[in-house]
Design a protein around this ligand. Structure first.
Ligand code: THU
Length: 139
């Protein structure tokens, strides 16, 4: 379980990552940062597409990048910060991660891992998705 300092550094990284969003369509910027059990952290931001459905959320960009860059490492915490272009310095309080990202979190994080959400605080992943879909029984 990451300590308070590690979580607050992760929160700052997620806020900073909002500037990296590619969001010309929604103009809604989301930053995410994940902490790994090897001590590394990886950031992500939402990446949109002219074919809207191809958009990928910041949380998944961060988790997929971390998984590709650190094979075998486990994600132990994630921080998310969201806002639109007119409020780039004040996070849009209480923007919760979407359901798809919660399911992906369940794949790569322990179910009691902290999910820090700007304006909300940290909560265990299992409280955000109490009944995830499970295919494998060995993880
Ligand atoms: N978005 C995220 O990055 N994370 C979420 O959990 C929900 C939504 C992005 C996708 C899209 O670029 C924009 O926010 C508006 O839906």
């Amino acid at each position: 379980m990451p300590d308070t300092l590690a979580l607050s550094q992760l929160a700052q990284a997620a806020r900073a990552a909002r500037t990296r969003a590619y969001a010309p369509y929604s103009k809604f910027r989301v930053g995410a940062a994940v902490l790994l059990d090897n001590g590394a952290s990886v950031v992500g931001a939402n990446i949109e597409n002219a074919s809207y459905g191809l958009t990928c959320c910041a949380e998944r960009v961060a988790m997929f990048a971390a998984t590709a860059q650190h094979p075998g490492a486990r994600i132990v915490a994630i921080a998310v910060s969201a806002g639109d272009d007119t409020h780039q310095h004040d996070s849009d309080h209480g923007r919760m991660p979407c359901g798809a990202c919660r399911q992906v979190m369940m794949e790569f994080m322990p179910e009691d891992a902290p999910v820090w959400i700007d304006g909300v605080g940290a909560m265990p992943l299992s409280s955000l998705l109490p009944t995830p879909f499970k295919l494998r029984t060995d993880i």
